[in-house]
Design a protein around this ligand. Structure first.
Ligand code: COA
Length: 258
Protein backbone atom coordinates (compact mmCIF):
# COMPACT_ATOMS: atom_id res chain seq x y z
CA UNK A 1 0.00 0.00 0.00
CA UNK A 2 1.15 3.52 -0.72
CA UNK A 3 1.36 5.72 2.37
CA UNK A 4 0.89 9.50 2.46
CA UNK A 5 0.73 10.29 6.19
CA UNK A 6 3.29 7.81 7.50
CA UNK A 7 6.55 6.28 6.34
CA UNK A 8 8.34 3.09 7.29
CA UNK A 9 12.07 2.37 7.53
CA UNK A 10 13.35 -1.16 8.03
CA UNK A 11 16.78 -2.31 9.16
CA UNK A 12 18.12 -5.38 10.97
CA UNK A 13 14.66 -6.91 11.63
CA UNK A 14 13.38 -3.65 13.17
CA UNK A 15 10.80 -1.40 11.48
CA UNK A 16 10.34 2.25 12.43
CA UNK A 17 6.95 3.76 11.58
CA UNK A 18 6.96 7.57 11.54
CA UNK A 19 3.66 9.44 11.58
CA UNK A 20 4.29 12.28 9.18
CA UNK A 21 1.86 15.19 9.48
CA UNK A 22 4.13 17.59 11.36
CA UNK A 23 2.15 20.71 10.37
CA UNK A 24 -0.86 19.22 12.20
CA UNK A 25 1.37 17.90 15.01
CA UNK A 26 0.81 14.40 13.58
CA UNK A 27 -2.89 14.43 14.60
CA UNK A 28 -4.62 11.16 13.78
CA UNK A 29 -7.15 11.70 11.03
CA UNK A 30 -9.09 8.81 9.45
CA UNK A 31 -6.57 8.30 6.66
CA UNK A 32 -3.67 8.14 9.11
CA UNK A 33 -5.48 5.59 11.28
CA UNK A 34 -6.16 3.42 8.20
CA UNK A 35 -2.56 3.73 7.00
CA UNK A 36 -1.28 2.80 10.45
CA UNK A 37 -3.59 -0.21 10.53
CA UNK A 38 -2.26 -1.41 7.19
CA UNK A 39 1.34 -0.77 8.17
CA UNK A 40 1.06 -2.67 11.45
CA UNK A 41 -0.74 -5.54 9.68
CA UNK A 42 1.90 -5.76 6.94
CA UNK A 43 4.76 -5.65 9.43
CA UNK A 44 3.10 -8.24 11.69
CA UNK A 45 2.81 -10.59 8.71
CA UNK A 46 6.40 -9.94 7.59
CA UNK A 47 8.58 -12.64 9.16
CA UNK A 48 11.69 -10.52 8.58
CA UNK A 49 10.40 -7.86 11.03
CA UNK A 50 10.62 -8.74 14.73
CA UNK A 51 10.24 -5.38 16.49
CA UNK A 52 8.27 -2.25 15.55
CA UNK A 53 9.04 1.26 16.82
CA UNK A 54 6.51 4.04 16.30
CA UNK A 55 7.30 7.74 16.52
CA UNK A 56 6.21 11.14 15.18
CA UNK A 57 7.97 13.34 12.64
CA UNK A 58 9.40 16.71 13.63
CA UNK A 59 10.70 17.75 17.01
CA UNK A 60 7.45 18.93 18.51
CA UNK A 61 4.95 16.09 18.58
CA UNK A 62 4.51 12.35 18.76
CA UNK A 63 0.78 12.78 18.10
CA UNK A 64 -1.29 15.75 19.37
CA UNK A 65 -4.50 13.71 19.39
CA UNK A 66 -7.30 12.59 17.17
CA UNK A 67 -7.95 15.15 14.43
CA UNK A 68 -10.51 17.43 16.10
CA UNK A 69 -11.54 18.98 12.77
CA UNK A 70 -12.91 15.61 11.61
CA UNK A 71 -15.32 14.91 14.47
CA UNK A 72 -16.39 18.37 15.71
CA UNK A 73 -19.79 18.02 13.93
CA UNK A 74 -20.46 14.33 14.79
CA UNK A 75 -23.69 13.08 16.43
CA UNK A 76 -24.07 10.30 19.05
CA UNK A 77 -24.04 7.40 16.58
CA UNK A 78 -21.09 8.79 14.64
CA UNK A 79 -19.24 9.29 17.94
CA UNK A 80 -19.76 5.65 18.91
CA UNK A 81 -18.61 4.44 15.50
CA UNK A 82 -15.51 6.65 15.63
CA UNK A 83 -14.48 5.14 18.95
CA UNK A 84 -15.31 1.54 17.99
CA UNK A 85 -13.60 1.60 14.62
CA UNK A 86 -10.52 3.43 15.96
CA UNK A 87 -10.09 0.86 18.72
CA UNK A 88 -10.54 -2.04 16.31
CA UNK A 89 -8.25 -0.68 13.60
CA UNK A 90 -5.48 0.76 15.71
CA UNK A 91 -5.48 0.99 19.49
CA UNK A 92 -6.55 -2.55 20.47
CA UNK A 93 -5.04 -3.88 17.25
CA UNK A 94 -1.57 -2.71 18.30
CA UNK A 95 -1.95 -4.03 21.84
CA UNK A 96 -2.71 -7.52 20.52
CA UNK A 97 0.04 -7.73 17.90
CA UNK A 98 2.49 -10.54 18.52
CA UNK A 99 5.36 -8.37 17.25
CA UNK A 100 6.63 -6.14 20.08
CA UNK A 101 5.76 -2.46 19.56
CA UNK A 102 7.72 0.33 21.29
CA UNK A 103 6.37 3.90 21.35
CA UNK A 104 9.14 6.49 20.98
CA UNK A 105 7.38 9.59 22.33
CA UNK A 106 9.28 12.52 20.85
CA UNK A 107 7.04 15.43 21.92
CA UNK A 108 3.34 16.02 22.62
CA UNK A 109 1.39 12.79 23.15
CA UNK A 110 -2.11 14.05 23.82
CA UNK A 111 -5.51 12.41 23.64
CA UNK A 112 -5.40 9.81 20.87
CA UNK A 113 -1.61 10.25 20.80
CA UNK A 114 -1.20 9.12 24.39
CA UNK A 115 -3.82 6.44 23.77
CA UNK A 116 -1.77 5.16 20.83
CA UNK A 117 1.40 5.15 22.96
CA UNK A 118 -0.50 3.28 25.69
CA UNK A 119 -1.69 0.68 23.17
CA UNK A 120 1.97 -0.06 22.42
CA UNK A 121 3.74 -2.69 24.51
CA UNK A 122 5.96 -0.14 26.26
CA UNK A 123 7.03 3.49 25.96
CA UNK A 124 10.21 5.58 25.93
CA UNK A 125 10.05 9.40 25.97
CA UNK A 126 12.33 12.28 25.06
CA UNK A 127 12.84 14.92 27.75
CA UNK A 128 10.70 17.51 25.92
CA UNK A 129 7.67 15.17 25.77
CA UNK A 130 4.36 16.25 27.26
CA UNK A 131 1.55 13.78 27.87
CA UNK A 132 -2.10 14.08 28.76
CA UNK A 133 -5.70 13.21 28.02
CA UNK A 134 -7.30 16.64 27.39
CA UNK A 135 -10.62 15.28 26.07
CA UNK A 136 -12.88 16.58 28.87
CA UNK A 137 -11.69 20.09 27.99
CA UNK A 138 -13.38 19.48 24.62
CA UNK A 139 -16.57 18.09 26.21
CA UNK A 140 -15.82 14.49 25.38
CA UNK A 141 -13.97 11.61 27.08
CA UNK A 142 -10.94 9.60 25.97
CA UNK A 143 -12.52 7.15 23.52
CA UNK A 144 -9.58 5.23 22.14
CA UNK A 145 -9.03 3.13 25.26
CA UNK A 146 -7.66 5.93 27.46
CA UNK A 147 -10.10 5.44 30.34
CA UNK A 148 -9.01 1.79 30.50
CA UNK A 149 -5.28 1.77 29.74
CA UNK A 150 -4.25 4.84 31.76
CA UNK A 151 -5.52 3.41 35.10
CA UNK A 152 -3.80 0.10 34.28
CA UNK A 153 -0.50 1.87 33.76
CA UNK A 154 -0.49 4.56 36.44
CA UNK A 155 -3.21 3.50 38.91
CA UNK A 156 -6.77 4.73 39.28
CA UNK A 157 -6.16 7.86 41.37
CA UNK A 158 -3.51 9.38 39.11
CA UNK A 159 -5.50 8.42 36.00
CA UNK A 160 -8.62 10.06 37.42
CA UNK A 161 -6.65 13.23 38.18
CA UNK A 162 -5.09 13.33 34.70
CA UNK A 163 -8.44 12.71 32.97
CA UNK A 164 -10.46 15.14 35.14
CA UNK A 165 -7.95 18.00 35.07
CA UNK A 166 -7.20 17.44 31.35
CA UNK A 167 -3.70 18.60 32.23
CA UNK A 168 -0.35 17.70 30.72
CA UNK A 169 2.50 16.02 32.55
CA UNK A 170 6.14 16.28 31.56
CA UNK A 171 8.41 13.35 30.75
CA UNK A 172 9.94 13.15 34.24
CA UNK A 173 6.50 12.96 35.84
CA UNK A 174 5.50 10.28 33.30
CA UNK A 175 8.61 8.33 34.31
CA UNK A 176 7.73 8.70 37.99
CA UNK A 177 4.18 7.46 37.24
CA UNK A 178 5.45 4.44 35.29
CA UNK A 179 3.79 5.67 32.10
CA UNK A 180 7.15 5.58 30.29
CA UNK A 181 10.14 3.33 31.01
CA UNK A 182 12.96 5.77 30.17
CA UNK A 183 13.49 9.48 29.49
CA UNK A 184 16.38 10.55 27.27
CA UNK A 185 17.26 13.51 25.01
CA UNK A 186 15.60 13.69 21.58
CA UNK A 187 18.86 12.62 19.90
CA UNK A 188 19.07 9.56 22.12
CA UNK A 189 15.43 8.52 21.77
CA UNK A 190 15.53 6.33 18.64
CA UNK A 191 19.01 4.93 19.41
CA UNK A 192 17.75 3.80 22.85
CA UNK A 193 14.63 2.23 21.28
CA UNK A 194 16.87 0.45 18.75
CA UNK A 195 19.09 -0.78 21.59
CA UNK A 196 16.05 -2.15 23.44
CA UNK A 197 14.85 -3.73 20.19
CA UNK A 198 18.29 -5.36 19.87
CA UNK A 199 17.89 -6.93 23.31
CA UNK A 200 14.45 -8.26 22.28
CA UNK A 201 15.92 -9.72 19.08
CA UNK A 202 18.20 -11.97 21.15
CA UNK A 203 15.17 -13.85 22.43
CA UNK A 204 12.58 -16.24 21.02
CA UNK A 205 9.99 -14.35 18.98
CA UNK A 206 7.53 -17.21 19.44
CA UNK A 207 7.90 -17.10 23.21
CA UNK A 208 7.57 -13.30 23.20
CA UNK A 209 4.33 -13.60 21.19
CA UNK A 210 2.95 -16.03 23.79
CA UNK A 211 4.07 -13.73 26.62
CA UNK A 212 2.29 -10.72 25.05
CA UNK A 213 -0.90 -12.79 24.78
CA UNK A 214 -0.69 -13.89 28.43
CA UNK A 215 0.09 -10.39 29.76
CA UNK A 216 -2.81 -8.91 27.76
CA UNK A 217 -5.19 -11.63 29.00
CA UNK A 218 -4.51 -10.46 32.56
CA UNK A 219 -6.38 -7.27 31.71
CA UNK A 220 -9.43 -9.34 30.70
CA UNK A 221 -9.43 -11.22 34.01
CA UNK A 222 -8.28 -14.34 32.22
CA UNK A 223 -4.53 -14.17 32.69
CA UNK A 224 -3.72 -17.37 34.61
CA UNK A 225 -5.48 -19.89 32.30
CA UNK A 226 -4.05 -18.15 29.21
CA UNK A 227 -0.59 -18.21 30.78
CA UNK A 228 -0.88 -21.95 31.43
CA UNK A 229 -1.90 -22.62 27.80
CA UNK A 230 0.75 -20.31 26.38
CA UNK A 231 3.45 -21.81 28.63
CA UNK A 232 2.48 -25.31 27.48
CA UNK A 233 2.42 -24.28 23.81
CA UNK A 234 6.04 -23.11 24.07
CA UNK A 235 7.10 -26.71 24.76
CA UNK A 236 5.97 -27.64 21.23
CA UNK A 237 8.14 -25.02 19.50
CA UNK A 238 11.53 -25.32 17.81
CA UNK A 239 12.57 -22.15 19.64
CA UNK A 240 12.10 -23.94 22.99
CA UNK A 241 14.21 -26.91 21.85
CA UNK A 242 16.93 -24.57 20.61
CA UNK A 243 16.81 -22.28 23.68
CA UNK A 244 17.09 -25.07 26.22
CA UNK A 245 19.65 -27.02 24.14
CA UNK A 246 21.82 -23.93 23.71
CA UNK A 247 21.77 -23.33 27.47
CA UNK A 248 22.82 -26.90 28.19
CA UNK A 249 25.57 -26.70 25.56
CA UNK A 250 26.75 -23.33 26.98
CA UNK A 251 26.30 -21.48 23.67
CA UNK A 252 24.16 -18.57 22.43
CA UNK A 253 20.77 -19.68 21.09
CA UNK A 254 19.99 -19.22 17.40
CA UNK A 255 16.22 -19.16 17.42
CA UNK A 256 14.53 -20.42 14.23
CA UNK A 257 11.41 -18.41 15.12
CA UNK A 258 9.08 -21.40 14.92
N1 COA B 1 -6.50 17.89 15.77
C1 COA B 1 -6.43 18.67 14.67
N2 COA B 1 -5.47 19.60 14.49
C2 COA B 1 -4.56 19.74 15.45
C3 COA B 1 -4.57 18.97 16.64
C4 COA B 1 -5.59 18.01 16.76
N3 COA B 1 -5.68 17.20 17.83
N4 COA B 1 -3.54 19.35 17.42
C5 COA B 1 -2.88 20.34 16.74
N5 COA B 1 -3.50 20.56 15.56
C6 COA B 1 -3.13 21.55 14.53
C7 COA B 1 -3.54 22.95 14.93
O1 COA B 1 -4.88 23.19 14.62
C8 COA B 1 -2.59 23.76 14.07
O2 COA B 1 -3.08 23.77 12.74
P1 COA B 1 -3.08 25.15 11.88
O3 COA B 1 -1.63 25.56 11.82
O4 COA B 1 -3.65 24.74 10.55
O5 COA B 1 -3.91 26.11 12.64
C9 COA B 1 -1.32 22.93 14.07
O6 COA B 1 -1.73 21.60 14.42
C10 COA B 1 -0.29 23.39 15.08
O7 COA B 1 -0.90 23.44 16.37
P2 COA B 1 -0.91 24.73 17.30
O8 COA B 1 -2.09 24.62 18.22
O9 COA B 1 -0.80 25.97 16.48
O10 COA B 1 0.46 24.50 18.10
P3 COA B 1 0.81 25.05 19.55
O11 COA B 1 2.26 24.81 19.74
O12 COA B 1 0.30 26.44 19.75
O13 COA B 1 -0.01 24.11 20.58
C11 COA B 1 -0.88 22.00 21.40
C12 COA B 1 0.26 22.74 20.68
C13 COA B 1 -0.57 20.52 21.32
C14 COA B 1 -0.93 22.47 22.86
C15 COA B 1 -2.22 22.34 20.71
O14 COA B 1 -2.08 22.11 19.31
C16 COA B 1 -3.38 21.53 21.19
O15 COA B 1 -3.89 21.78 22.28
N6 COA B 1 -3.85 20.55 20.38
C17 COA B 1 -5.00 19.76 20.66
C18 COA B 1 -4.71 18.72 21.72
C19 COA B 1 -5.95 17.92 22.05
O16 COA B 1 -6.90 18.42 22.61
N7 COA B 1 -5.92 16.65 21.71
C20 COA B 1 -6.97 15.74 22.01
C21 COA B 1 -7.87 15.57 20.87
S1 COA B 1 -9.19 14.43 21.26
Amino acid sequence: MEYHNIYIEEENQVAVITIDRPKKLNALNTTTIKELHNAFKELEEDEAIRVIIITGSGEKAFVAGADISEFAHFDVEQGKKLSASGQELLFSFVQHLSTPVIAAINGFALGGGLELAMGCHFRVASDNAKMGLPEVSLGVIPGYGGTQRLPHLVGKGIAMEMIMTAGMIDAQKALQYGLVNYVVSQEELLPLCQKLAGKILNNSGVAIAHAIKAVNAGYNNNGYPVEIDAFGSCFGTEDFKEGTQAFLEKRKAKFPGK
